[in-house]
Design a protein around this ligand. Sequence first.
Ligand SMILES: NC(=O)c1ccc[n+]([C@@H]2O[C@H](COP(=O)([O-])OP(=O)(O)OC[C@H]3O[C@@H](n4cnc5c(N)ncnc54)[C@H](O)[C@@H]3O)[C@@H](O)[C@H]2O)c1
Length: 279
Amino acid sequence: MSSKSDVPGVAIITGAASGMGRATALAFAVAGVSGLALLDLNEAGLTETKDLVHKDHPSLKIELYTVDVTSESSIISAYTRAKEAFSRIDYAVHCAGIVTWQGASADCTLDAFDKQNNVNYRGLWLCAREALRIMRTQPLDHEAYPDANIAPHRGQKGSIINISSGLAIASQSGIPAYCGAKAGVCAITRSDALDYATQRIRVNAVLPGVVDTYMTNSSPEVRQFMMENPVKKATPMRRLGIPEEIADVCVFLSGNKASFVTGASWSVDGGFCAGFSYE
Ligand SMILES: NC(=O)c1ccc[n+]([C@@H]2O[C@H](COP(=O)([O-])OP(=O)(O)OC[C@H]3O[C@@H](n4cnc5c(N)ncnc54)[C@H](O)[C@@H]3O)[C@@H](O)[C@H]2O)c1
């Protein structure tokens, strides 16, 4: 399998029980990874993702880790066990996230602010730190996977994708902590990209627009708000994205075809961050 794959290595994905994380697991399997380490709080959802992947890829090695990204020990343990299970981790995609609808700043409690940041910003950083610790110690992928015919100048020790949001660039009223956390994800992504560029670990952020997942469909009111506001008024394509559209970009950015891309904030949003559209 590895000789024909654009992603011959092993992928670790957080938030893999649902939405974009699940779609990314499926997309990596289609693209030909040799293993998947899937992390989430939701154990049942992880098993569903594993079963979905195994339907079309029955022999793909998949390990599941029930974790809370807010817990340092939980994340260190899961990444360490994944490294032991697969020998190396080539691609990390950090999707785990929540939105707490915390209210405008004057009405936002410290608990709501901390909860939002502990998952989406601090939690993502804990995962990225473990991925970096593993990736920096491993050989380049063109040496590890000689059958994949990766040109040596395009070889990498690893690639990390941190899921941010279009709201890192264009804030939405009423969720300041979410917007701040997502902007922080872009900034820390650039910092890590700089610090590990010569060690040949690429670090990029993907900024989804409004995507059809549990997060945008957690209640009829949330879905109605999404459709009437960000989709109809601020998304030039005037539709929701589907998780597969984000997943495909994550897989492309992970592989060696994106070998000169690092520190980028890559919008996948139907034009949400491009500007205003009055049609
Ligand atoms: N859906 C959108 O419109 C949209 C837009 C921009 C960015 N995003 C971001 O995309 C990412 C994926 O979200 P989604 O839309 O697929 O939502 P989702 O709710 O379908 O998936 C999020 C996953 O994260 C997991 N998770 C939440 N807290 C966790 C924790 N503490 N530890 C471990 N796992 C945890 C959940 O169990 C869930 O499986 C999130 O970071 C979200 O902020 C979503």
